[in-house]
Design a protein around this ligand. Structure first.
Ligand SMILES: *[C@@H]1O[C@H](CO)[C@@H](O)[C@H](O)[C@H]1NC(C)=O
Ligand SMILES: *[C@@H]1O[C@H](CO)[C@@H](O)[C@H](O)[C@H]1NC(C)=O
Ligand SMILES: *[C@@H]1O[C@H](CO)[C@@H](O)[C@H](O)[C@H]1NC(C)=O
Ligand SMILES: *[C@@H]1O[C@H](CO)[C@@H](O)[C@H](O)[C@H]1NC(C)=O
Ligand SMILES: *[C@@H]1O[C@H](CO)[C@@H](O)[C@H](O)[C@H]1NC(C)=O
Ligand SMILES: *[C@@H]1O[C@H](CO)[C@@H](O)[C@H](O)[C@H]1NC(C)=O
Ligand SMILES: *[C@@H]1O[C@H](CO)[C@@H](O)[C@H](O)[C@H]1NC(C)=O
Length: 400
């Protein structure tokens, strides 16, 4: 009796699944009524594009193998799914003016996630996400991103989220780029990444703290622009493999510290950090694969362990650093009267009122100078600093 009742039900479900076609290149959901197209699928093989307005509940499938995209709808208020665990491709919410609620409490895995231009988006619930290859969250109204709880990621970009003032994450490795800028307008963003061990690229701007106690290696470059922190310390960073380290326009920075950094694959640029009085952050730095360029209002510069700089060494301060220049000149190439630890051109100028205006990458950057090129070009460059500047900027611009 019971069995005969159940069988037709199962059969009905089976045929409903077949009819609603759980496989399609792209299925468009133009209204809540159309969400039934996929509601009976456990797994939807293909992509789903939502074009409906008001609110859309996509509960039903636990997986969408392709993309889930919603974009350019001016009056969509919310989108939810209580069942969706995985989006194999891209989960994109873009240019949705009124969207204020995104609720996917089961979603733990996406190929990539892009939340962009969602000026009303406040409440976001995700699994949290434990697996994602790429995540970009920009121009939203959210104050939290802790629903992103991944340990490794290819790229993570968090920018222009006005209310976002804190980002704490268990992230361990970033195989591509970690980019953070222009969040927490007026307050800045506090970033704490206690478990981050290595990152391929870092581009960090407008943050109030950037706490990376475990960071050991930056494979490419690390840039810190226009941040609000007074202090930055990388207690465990030993080297960059290929890239530069740069600090530009960090107006409050007084204390910079890289106590165990021994080698930079690329160059070092420190410019327009007007409160930084001493550049003594690199007590163990032995080798710089690119150039060293320092611009600021500092009174002292000390690189006690420096043995090799493959590029130029170029220092200029608004302050009186004549004595510092005399001391640093010992590092200059032999033809400039030094011990040759610096292989590129050595330049040091004191009392340069315009020192903080030169923030370009200039002569830093890898590839710009290798030993032989430098030998042949040095003579022409030494006596014409203006030309040197232009040549260096052009070289970096073309490298970018
Ligand atoms: C959204 O609309 C704008 C113009 O209204 C257009 O430029 C943009 O390409 C659209 N976005 C997508 C993803 O189609
Ligand atoms: C984040 O993931 C870690 C495991 O990687 C887990 O221990 C932690 O509870 C998760 N946090 C949240 C808020 O889910
Ligand atoms: C944020 O940083 C960028 C540089 O990446 C800078 O141009 C901009 O002025 C900064 N904004 C604030 C509010 O500091
Ligand atoms: C810093 O590096 C040392 C040596 O590799 C390690 O023992 C220590 O745990 C690291 N500190 C942090 C906070 O990761
Ligand atoms: C970055 O450096 C770490 C530590 O040396 C290494 O394990 C990792 O494979 C490197 N990553 C890339 C993308 O080169
Ligand atoms: C130098 O940094 C200050 C902020 O500290 C900024 O206002 C100024 O525009 C920067 N100058 C240049 C040339 O980037
Ligand atoms: C700079 O920062 C380091 C590490 O946080 C700290 O030990 C030191 O006291 C600070 N120095 C100043 C002058 O604030």
């Amino acid at each position: 009796m019971i069995v005969t009742k159940i069988l037709p039900v199962l059969a009905a479900v089976g045929s409903a699944v077949a009819q609603s076609s759980c496989k399609a290149t792209t299925t468009t959901v133009a209204s809540q009524a159309e969400a039934t197209k996929i509601a009976s699928c456990k797994k939807f093989e293909g992509s789903v594009v939502v074009t409906g307005d008001g609110g859309i509940d996509l509960s039903g499938p636990s997986e969408i193998t392709g993309d889930l995209k919603v974009f350019n709808i001016s009056n969509l208020d919310y989108i939810t799914s209580s069942t969706l665990r995985k989006v194999g491709g891209k989960f994109t919410l873009q240019a949705l003016e009124k969207l204020n609620r995104v609720e996917f409490p089961s979603l733990t895995e996406v190929g990539s996630l892009t939340f962009q231009a969602l000026p009303a988006l406040d409440a976001v619930t995700l699994g949290p996400l434990s697996k994602a290859d790429e995540v970009a969250i920009s121009d939203t109204f959210t104050s939290r991103v802790d629903m992103i709880n991944v340990t490794t990621i290819r790229s993570l970009d968090i920018n222009n989220n006005k209310r976002l003032t804190s980002f704490v994450s268990a992230l361990q490795t970033v195989t591509g780029a970690l980019k953070i800028s222009a969040n927490g307008i007026g307050l800045g963003l506090e970033v704490e990444l206690p478990n981050l061990i290595w990152a391929n690229e870092l581009a960090i701007a407008n943050v109030t703290t950037f706490d990376v106690p475990s960071l050991r290696v930056v494979n490419g470059s690390a840039r810190f622009d226009s941040n609000f922190f007074e202090s930055f310390i990388a207690p465990n960073l030993t080297h960059t493999e290929k890239g530069d380290i740069s600090f530009v326009g960090n107006g409050a920075l007084t204390n910079l510290s890289f106590p165990v950094l021994t080698e930079l694959g690329g160059g070092l640029l420190i410019a327009n950090n007007t409160e930084l009085e001493e550049i003594d952050a690199f007590p163990k730095l032995r080798k710089v694969g690119g150039a060293v360029k320092l611009r600021g209002s500092f009174k002292d510069v000390d690189f006690p362990s420096l043995e090799v700089v493959l590029g130029a060494f170029d220092v200029s301060s608004t302050e009186d650093i004549r004595k510092v220049c005399d001391k640093l000149k010992e590092l200059a190439p032999a033809h400039q009267g030094g011990n040759g630890k610096v292989e590129g051109t050595f330049t040091c100028t004191s009392d340069n009122a315009a020192a903080n205006e030169d923030t370009g990458a200039g002569s830093t950057g890898d590839g710009q100078i290798d030993g032989s090129d430098d030998e042949s070009s040095a003579a022409g460059v030494v006596f014409n600093t203006a030309l040197f500047g232009l040549v260096a900027v052009a070289a970096v611009a073309s490298a970018l």
